[in-house]
Design a protein around this ligand. Sequence first.
Ligand SMILES: [Zn+2]
Ligand SMILES: [Zn+2]
Length: 274
Amino acid sequence: MRAMSRLSRVDLHVHSEISDGHGSLDAIHEHAREQGLSVVAVADHYDPMDPRRDYDAPARLQAILEVRSLAHSRRAAHAAGAAPDGTLALVGIERGPVSIPGLPQDLDLVIGSVHYLTRPVAARQGDLFNSDFWAAYRDDVLRLALDPQVDVLGHIAGYLPMDPLLNPGSTLQERRAMEREIAARFFDRSWYDALFFRAAATGKAVELHCATRTPGPDEVRLGLGLGVKFSIGSDAHSLDRVGDVAWALDLLESLGATARDIFIPAEAPGRRCR
Ligand SMILES: [Zn+2]
Ligand SMILES: [Zn+2]
């Protein structure tokens, strides 16, 4: 049996029924408690700038803010009581590569993920190793690392926005294999250096994305050496995946990381200026 990690178990990337996940905040919170998590963050998709968006953005934001208010009032009630809750529930969003004008400031965290490119690149299906496309991707991630709205750089080397290049019908497993190949070819040491340098300077966390097990040990070691904080996220879209973070904890332990290397959002609402 695996030894208990001395790093606290957190999961800062969970989708609820508000976007494309399952379960309410309460159901996710309960599951996180059962998993012994110290912090769980629901970060539903909210990206009004996304040209491929298929939901009503104001209604989505309204739903997120209601759940956030619920989480904040529960937290206040627990803090006032004699038996504080063992698992802190946070509510934030996962947005895309473009800043959202007027985003409320009292979300607990904002994950920024490059779900699509911000500059047009001529792309055709089957051209998976299009170097212009991946250069644009690298630039978008570097730009996110300077974006004051973003707390966490989400899945930088996994869940890549490769749909425009993909032949239809590829399986999830094939996609993961393609992503590994793309990362090996196009995400070189100098890019990680530049990215981690920026993240450390701006105080942004880089996500350890448990669903794709990325980035890999060499990159995480490099980031730790440069003072980057890492955020642990399952990217769970179903209740049974909430808290599925053993990969990240094992990796951090094996690299000698300490609690200081793990990103935990401040609890207080309204702490940021955006
Ligand atoms: Zn994402
Ligand atoms: Zn996600």
